[in-house]
Design a protein around this ligand. Sequence first.
Ligand SMILES: [Mg+2]
Length: 303
Amino acid sequence: MLNVFASGIFGVIVGDAAGVPYEFKERDSFQCDDMVGWGTHLLPPGTWSDDSSMTLATMESIVRRGRIDTADIMGNFDGWLSRAEFTPYDDVFDVGNATYKAICRYQQGTEPELCGGTGERDNGNGALMRILPLAFVNCSEKEIFAVCSLTHGHLISKLCCLYYVYVARNIMLGYNKVEALQFAWQKLADYCHDMPPEIQTVNGAWNWQRGEVQSSGYVIHTLQAALWCFYNTASYRECILTAVNLGDDTDTVAAVAGGLSGLYYCLNGKDESEQIPGEWIAKIARREYIVGLCNKFAALING
Ligand SMILES: [Mg+2]
């Protein structure tokens, strides 16, 4: 049995790995029924990508430093991109444009929290996909924004990260899905009185029809799609297969949905069949390293 932190983190990583073989494929041009390998990047089953690498890089920094240290987290991101640290097979095969540019700015001496692009077009899903560990630590909205800004400095990206953290925290407080989503929305509206219209489209996206849900790498689409998958499915497995089968940015939509779903069924699942399938975890590259990091993280949080 995984502890609650490991359920969230493996929720991200298993979702990422399930989506990797189908990344960029058009919706309904394929059918994903299980965790497989090869496909888009020609990698074996259980290979996870940047989403998981950056999540683990964030966690490792928090465990080692015992707090949120943005400069240290950025150092880990650089270690990932430059030296393939936090990767399954010492290889970086997937990196988003905004993240790449931000790490280059860091290498050229820009202050870490100023590295993320601040333009409207800098709103890929690269911060949202790695933000889950912040739901587990006692940190402020300002700190969540700062960690987001390392690679994504626009308000839309920051608010997507904040909303996601709120939802994850609500799940951990024991709320059901509707409560977790709605209470988080109220909290976001209380925190930000002048929400951009793009962000407002996230509220209630979980009630849309499948045809209305877009699953691109734009952070708003990824968040809408992930919430829709989380809300409309009844087990972790169903959530991930539903996410991957939306096509396009399959690994990140599945990773973002998987974080919430992993947490939710760990705490609320009627039986183990609703939780992350053991045979999927068994395929995950470097799973012992990940379990070890989650245990250290749990020890830090539970003090
Ligand atoms: Mg990826």
